[in-house]
Structure formats: C-alpha cells, structure tokens
Design a protein. Structure first.
Length: 118
C-alpha cells in the first residue's frame, strides 16, 4: 500500500521535470542551464521516492510491525483465550475421549464376561 501511495508524488515530480525541461529548452543562457539541472533533479527525486517506497514496503513488517503488529498481537491473544476455555462436551464424550460401546476385553483368567443384558 505504501508503494502505491508513493506513485502519486513520483508522478507529480516526473511531470514537473518534463515541464521544466520543456521550458528550459525554450529559454536562453543561464536560465536554460538552471532549467536542465532543475528538471534532472526532479527526475532524481521521483526515482528516490519510488526506491524509498520499495525499501519501506520490503522492510515494514520485519523492522517496524506497525499496524500488522497490532493485528498479530490481537490474533495471538484470541488464540490463547480460545485455548483457556474448555470445549463443551457432547454426549458420550468425556475428558478421556468418546464412550466405548464395545465390551471390555476378557479378564486374564479366561472366564468370559457376564452378558450385558442380565
């Protein structure tokens, strides 16, 4: 986003540079030389604005979190709060997991377990 915002002043400086170069071409003497330097200076500043915006966009999240740091902080807190609250348990599910409907294994003595219905 910062890169797109920097295109506005860079475009204005480029247009101003062309305008100054056009006017300096129609001038004479020292005004012509001053106009040429001023036009090239406007182009240089436009390039520096674009390079600075690219540098800022590339380093914004690493060096200075800005608004992203606030967003990450809120997201981290939300995730921690979510872990603190116990989930509502559905029927048949306890802390140990789902309730088993299969009969328990037979005891080591070899005797079968009594039937469930009696």
């Amino acid at each position: 986003m910062i890169f797109l915002l920097a295109l506005i002043p860079a475009t204005a400086l480029t247009v101003a540079g062309y305008f100054v170069l056009y006017l300096s071409a129609r001038s004479e003497g020292s005004l012509r030389t001053f106009g040429r330097y001023l036009g090239f200076w406007a182009f240089t500043l436009a390039g520096l604005v674009v390079l600075g915006a690219m540098f800022a966009a590339g380093h914004m999240r690493r060096e200075h979190p800005g608004m992203w740091g606030m967003h990450d902080e809120m997201h981290r807190r939300w995730m921690e709060e979510r872990r603190e609250f116990a989930r509502p348990e559905s029927p048949g599910h306890g802390p140990e997991g789902p309730a088993s409907t299969t009969p328990p294994p037979p005891p080591p003595g070899g005797a079968p377990p009594p039937p469930a219905g009696h």
